[in-house]
Write a protein that binds this ligand. Structure first.
Ligand code: AKB
Length: 321
């Protein structure tokens, strides 16, 4: 494990910024190279500017550090992707193909590629959506993830490239901001609640979506990447689940900590995307293959989010503002 040299592409994003810290704790600061199209001023480990559309630059960094694992997290998410579908397709697909090709040419051993519940569409069962449900997404993001999953399997079958992937639900964390997704409301709502502000929710109150707490999402990613190859029976992408809830259920959970919290529902274009996605996910294959088990339910994630955001905003009892 300690001989891993890991490159994280898209390290400044919602998941990347948290994943980097966990990987550095496990593998050592010098063995985990963060990269993105801009440098975060808080970054104090090894960092390289990489635009993942530039395959020569990826190859250069892979050579420089003798990289043998890549986490490719750079992507345009579901809601933002609909503003400029061609650009979202270009970024999501060509960056992924660059990573796969550089990995193949340079002998990188293992790749992580995030997929999403966005691969499902209106033809998949809404509840407990199975691993092998019909994939007919109606967002460019979802289409790019389906194509990416198939390419992942292709590179494994044809070249033996050990690509592993998770279909992330909405990820909820206090450490970082989400950027352009349909599930972003479930992070934003906490910031408003803790600051005592009314939240205007862009989804309807009864729209259930699968979600996962950041700590669980990071652990799932690292556990999948550490699993013995023989245990990985899914070479497209694994369904991953934790809690599923509606905006009103989340608001009620928040009210147990912030009783005066108010939410107003003002659905916009993201409602249609949410309605095309599963309400809950069956992740049994991940549980059976590599022992996946979430730790956080709705109450657990609410309590932890509220605690950390109160701390962040200087609102913990006894803390200075
Ligand atoms: C999004 O909402 O686009 C993402 C996702 C579920 O992949 N958070």
């Amino acid at each position: 494990m300690s001989r891993n040299k890991i490159l994280v592409i898209g390290a400044n994003g919602q998941i990347g910024s948290v994943l980097i810290e966990s990987l550095r704790n496990i593998f050592g600061v010098d063995n985990v190279i963060a990269s993105d199209i801009w440098k975060n001023e808080d970054e104090n480990g090894r960092f390289e500017i990489i635009n993942a559309l530039d395959s020569a630059r990826i190859a250069e960094v892979v050579d420089k550090y003798k990289i043998n694992q890549i986490y490719h997290l750079a992507a345009i998410l579901s809601a933002k992707g609909e503003d400029n579908p061609q650009q979202a397709w270009d970024i999501n697909m060509n960056s992924l193909m660059n990573v796969f090709e550089v990995a193949r040419e340079k002998g990188v051993k293992r790749i992580f590629f995030p997929s999403s519940i966005a691969v499902f569409g209106n033809n998949a069962p809404k509840n407990n959506t199975p691993q092998d449900a019909n994939l007919s997404p109606n967002t460019v993001y979802g289409i790019s993830k389906v194509a990416g999953e198939l390419w992942a399997e292709y590179y494994f079958d044809k070249y033996g490239l050990d690509v592993r992937s998770l279909r992330y639900p909405g990820v909820i964390g206090y450490q970082s901001e989400p950027g352009g997704g349909t599930t972003d409301y479930a992070v934003d709502i906490f910031h408003y609640a803790v600051k005592g502000e009314t939240y205007h929710c862009f989804l309807k109150e009864k729209t259930a979506l699968p979600m996962i707490y950041m700590a669980d999402a990071i652990r799932a990613t690292i556990e999948l990447m550490a699993a013995p190859s023989v245990n990985i029976s899914v070479r497209t992408s694994y369904n991953l689940a934790s809690a599923s809830f509606t905006p009103s259920e989340l608001a009620d959970s928040i009210k147990t900590f912030e009783p005066d919290f108010k939410i107003i529902y003002k659905p916009d274009g993201r409602q249609l995307i949410a309605e095309s996605w599963p309400a809950s996910i069956d992740d049994n294959q991940a549980r059976m293959d590599w022992g996946w088990k979430p730790k956080y339910d709705l109450q657990g994630m609410t309590a932890d989010m509220i605690f950390h955001l109160r701390e962040k905003y200087g609102l913990l009892a006894g803390s200075a503002v």
